[in-house]
Unconditional design. Structure first.
Lengths: 422, 320, 267
């Protein structure tokens, strides 16, 4: 019994140490973003020798949003003879196919790829099939609910003049912010994650993440990797680590802002986080050892990489921490030092604001020039447990996948926009 | 363990219910501002993204010209003198029209100066306008001139110091023969010849020729070719004399880049620090647009030719 | 939609080059010396709180007794030199009937909460968490009530110690978070005012919460102690800390975005 109590206390201290590490990390990033030197991407370069780019848009039942993304891509100032748009119709059973064929009939550079047979469904499979037909040396991916501004393709692709660049990532901004409380909170969370976290990691030459949308990569690189791994739900995180392990890097373009549709219901959000957590933890199991062994990464890149890999596991560890503390409480081990209480405070401090602590969101809002919406921060209190729970479930899913070698099934996020007929 | 009974509790000033109520109020109070903002939606809109934005060095001139043309649509006859027009939906501006010819230099204050044809600004001490100056024909500047913005629909020749606060836009060739400040954005549709010291932030031209012209088509014997991009985390120093070096790619560095002598870089030069181009180097190719980007500064000394664009967020300096 | 790209602002004096820095690259002209001083001073304040547990607990408790009848203030030695003052107010053990009722209602609460349509999922999880802790506590009191290791004295001491810890956390947490905005002496001073407000709120809230907890333990039994620690503990303090922070930041964000002198571009 004594040994058990001892182990439980050790776990508690280990968890506190880990959370303190993340707090320090977030603080360093926040400080760097608000007053440190910013590393800019190559978007200031004007060059009319642009590479041929293939734009992939994975779509499954996207009749509500397909028109928006395609209209936006048609408006791009990128030379049309140097681009092709490949919307990937992945087993849709709504009007997606008709919409895509309609656009293809009007624009020669829109070349839909219809996956309707017995091939397995899912984003990695769809992307791999598109890679086989894509002519571009650079691939840019947009999710179907995104609306890129006119000059964005050029802003993203120009970064590949640097041969060290393996992938590029822009900033995601929710378009449906006013909708309800969830979208407003997600808008704040996104701000913190992109305006501060991603930019700081780019500034400090750490590991900014390629997010799988509003981003692009070199086709040759992904083909060298054997395409996208269909066993991994988070193909974007998987690609990020593959890129760094292959001695390339990801450029984060804070200027390349693109609208997306944030989930509008808590159940959709729950499924989304659970899927992200599952995918991310799959990447953790896959890349943790290669990351530690890699000779292509600096010490700090490895540290950041490890913290990044564990970020979706920490909520599960915190949940265990709660149970740990419960056992310690009923064992009467709170007498000498209220460690759990200190822990819960630290946990709240770090996780409040969920994937971006409250001070990171505050600074992001300050830099974005917003004001009143920052007053919503205390409402993250109610989202803390929600995120903790579903992220933990995602971790358990990933662990189960690892042990049982189960294959993940792809489920896309539900859309809310009303379709606008052209 | 010492357990001293110190103070006997006095009668409470509040009942249990009152204390509970205060507790609930204190619990809710921090949420109150959040709930007020949630229901009032004072700051609930999505972050504004300009969906029409694309990088365009001619943006300032073109957009101003659009506004001006729209305002002048209703003007029956453009004749010399004062005029008041609505240049944007909220602002009324005062315009001063000059027909072509010689313009007297003086302080024109808050007037937008419109010159309707080929003109010279040559009489007087100084030409000052705190607004935009537009010339619908070629323009020659022969006195010290200081304007907020300058738009020339033809060619421009600057023989005395020119100070631009914001932007300049020239649709023909441009000759800068005296020390000038080219403002934040300098766009030239034709060739830009600079034969004096200048400061700048952004310059765009078909070709930017600093100092004496260098004929890049005349290759010396046995040039050295480097195919591909030169990429360095530290600085890059390319100094070549006597033998031509042609780099068929980009030059990129996190540190300073110094290029001096007979170096022809056919791609872009990008530095996270400063870029210095000296004595004869060439960037880009005729007919193409390439860039020189130095985040903290760009310095061009003596002779250089750039086909396209120069950009810095620090100080741009040209020394001839 | 208006442009948020590199817009050109109009200045009253045309000589000044005024550009309203775009959000993707603007940074604050932070005074690093003020940042350093603020962090140091805040950590010193935190240390002062930790080193004065005894006097703080005395002040704390001497305010709390105004809210509660017929109690005495006692103190307990926790180390050789440190004593913690607390209010002596007995709690009670639950009766077996109470325990059974709590078990039953917790189980029902956990499963029924999900069925309530008009409450959002994130609130439901929170309610389920409350019931889960209650269930654990009820099960404990059902099977091994004699093993319950705490009484109101230990509870009080733990609570006071936690409260002192929270007092010391506030200057550290807010000091670090607000130091990032030190562009001027004015902000440096107002930051401390904000920290002061948070401390005062914490003190008042802490006192009232303490009394409420003592009431609960007395009227509703020790079965609620776990929930008091886990749900009414430091997690709750984060609400007003982030609340104070968010109100302050929203005000200075509104003011300071208009002053270009406090901003610069990318480096």
């Amino acid at each position: 019994m004594d040994i058990l109590i001892f182990l439980l206390k050790v776990y508690m201290f280990f968890l506190m140490f880990m959370i303190m590490l993340y707090i320090v990390r977030h603080f360093v990033f926040t400080y760097n973003r608000i007053c440190g030197e910013q590393r800019t991407s190559y978007h200031d370069v004007m060059d009319n020798d642009l590479p041929f780019v293939s734009v992939f848009i994975p779509m499954h039942n996207e009749e509500k949003v397909a028109n928006y993304i395609l209209d936006a891509l048609v408006e791009q100032v990128y030379p049309k003879n140097m681009m092709e748009i490949i919307p990937i119709n992945d087993h849709s059973n709504d009007r997606t196919k008709d919409i895509l064929d309609d656009y293809a009939s009007k624009y020669s550079y829109i070349k839909p790829l219809h996956r309707l047979g017995d091939e397995p469904r899912g984003k990695p499979y769809a992307l791999n099939d598109a890679l086989k037909v894509a002519k571009g040396e650079i691939i840019v991916i947009y999710d179907a609910d995104y609306i890129p501004p006119k000059g964005q393709l050029r802003e993203l692709v120009i970064n590949f003049i640097d041969p060290e660049v393996g992938a590029v990532m822009g900033r995601v901004v929710p378009i449906n912010t006013p909708r309800n409380l969830l979208t407003r909170l997600l808008d704040l969370e996104r701000s913190g994650g992109y305006q501060v976290d991603q930019q700081a990691r780019y500034n400090l030459d750490l590991i900014p993440q390629y997010g799988g949308t509003v981003g692009g990569f070199r086709k040759s690189l992904i083909l060298d990797f054997g395409g996208f791994d269909p066993r991994v739900l988070a193909e974007d995180t998987d690609l990020t680590f593959k890129i760094y392990l292959a001695d390339y890097r990801v450029v984060y373009v804070n200027k390349a802002e693109c609208y997306e549709e944030a989930p509008e219901s808590w159940s959709v959000r729950a499924r989304q986080i659970r899927r992200w957590s599952r995918g991310h933890n799959q990447v953790l199991f896959k890349h943790i050892l290669p990351l530690l062994r890699s000779e292509n990464l600096s010490f700090w890149q490895k540290v950041d990489g490890i913290l990044l890999l564990f970020i979706y596991m920490v909520p599960f560890l915190m949940l265990l921490g709660f149970l740990d503390a419960l056992i310690l409480f009923f064992s009467g081990e709170m007498e000498i030092f209220p460690s759990f209480l200190a822990l819960s405070f630290i946990m709240a401090y770090n996780s409040f604001g969920n994937f971006a602590p409250f001070f990171q969101i505050g600074v992001a809002g300050f830099l974005d020039g917003v004001s009143q919406r920052l007053r919503l921060l205390p409402l993250f209190y109610f989202v803390f447990l929600f995120n903790l729970w579903y992220t933990s479930l995602g971790f358990i899913d990933a662990l189960t996948d690892l042990i049982t070698r189960r294959r993940a099934e792809w489920h896309k996020t539900e859309r809310f926009r009303e379709n606008q007929r052209r | 363990m010492a357990q001293d009974r110190e103070i006997q509790g006095e009668s409470a000033t509040m009942t249990v219910l009152e204390v509970m109520l205060i507790f609930i109020l204190l619990l809710i109070a921090p949420f109150s501002f959040a709930l007020i903002e949630y229901y009032r939606k004072k700051d609930a809109q999505q972050l504004d993204i300009n969906q029409n934005y694309s990088k365009d060095p001619a943006y300032f001139g073109n957009s101003f010209m659009k506004l001006l043309n729209k305002s002048l649509e209703h003007v029956a006859e453009r004749k010399e003198g004062l005029m008041e027009i609505e240049i944007s939906s909220k602002k009324k501006e005062r315009l001063l029209f000059f027909s072509k010819g010689s313009i007297i230099g003086k302080d024109y204050g808050d007037y937008i100066v419109v010159i309707d044809g080929y003109s010279k600004i040559e009489e007087g001490d100084k030409f000052i306008s705190r607004k935009e100056v537009i010339s619908f024909g070629n323009l020659i500047i022969r006195i010290h001139t200081k304007v907020r913005a300058l738009l020339v629909k033809g060619g421009l020749r600057v023989e005395k110091p020119l100070e631009i606060t914001r932007w300049m836009h020239v649709e023909g060739d441009c000759y800068i023969m005296n020390n000038s400040d080219l403002g934040i954005n300098c766009y030239c549709k034709g060739m830009l010849y600079i034969k004096a010291g200048c400061s700048f932030k952004r310059i765009f031209a078909k070709s930017i020729i600093v100092g004496m012209k260098r004929e890049e088509e005349t290759l010396h014997n046995d040039p050295v070719y480097i195919k591909g991009t030169l990429r360095s985390k530290e600085g890059l120093n390319l100094k070549v004399y006597g033998r031509e070096t042609i780099i068929e790619g980009n030059v990129i560095s996190d540190g300073d880049i110094i290029v001096e002598g007979s170096v022809w870089i056919k791609g872009n030069i990008v530095s996270n620090n400063c870029v210095t181009l000296m004595r004869g180097c060439v960037v880009g190719e005729y007919g193409k647009i390439k860039s020189v980007v130095g985040k903290k500064g760009v310095k061009i000394v003596s002779n250089a030719k750039i086909y396209g664009y120069i950009h810095t967020d620090g100080e741009g300096v040209i020394e001839v | 939609m208006k442009s948020m790209g590199l817009g050109v602002g109009y200045s009253r004096s045309f000589e000044r080059r005024v550009i309203h820095y775009a959000r993707h690259g603007r940074i604050l002209n932070v005074n690093k010396l003020l940042v350093f001083f603020q962090i140091v001073i805040c950590f010193i304040i935190s240390l002062v709180f930790i080193l004065n547990i005894e006097s703080i607990s005395h002040v704390f408790v001497s305010h709390a007794i105004y809210l509660i009848k017929d109690v005495s203030v006692e103190n307990k030695e926790i180390t050789n030199s440190i004593r913690v003052f607390y209010i002596k107010y007995d709690g009670r053990f639950p009766s077996i009937y109470e325990v059974i009722i709590y078990i039953f209602s917790s189980v029902v609460g956990i499963f029924l909460a999900k069925r309530i349509k008009f409450i959002s999922q994130h609130i439901i999880i929170y309610i389920q968490f409350l019931f889960f802790i209650l269930l654990c506590s009820s099960m404990f009191f059902y099977f091994i009530p004699y093993k319950f290791p705490y009484d109101s004295t230990t509870f009080s001491v733990l609570y006071i110690l936690t409260q002192v810890l929270i007092f010391s956390f506030i200057p550290a947490v807010l000091g670090l978070s607000l130091a990032l905005f030190n562009v001027s002496l004015t902000l440096f001073l107002t930051n401390f005012i904000v920290i002061g407000i948070a401390l005062i709120y914490s003190f008042v809230f802490g006192v009232v919460r303490y009394v409420v907890m003592l009431f609960i333990l007395n009227k509703f039994s020790y079965i609620w102690m776990a929930n008091l620690f886990f749900n009414l503990g430091p997690l709750l303090d984060m609400i007003y800390i982030s609340g104070v922070y968010s109100i302050y930041i929203s005000i200075i964000s509104d003011r300071y975005r208009k002053f270009t002198v406090y901003w610069r571009w990318i480096y």
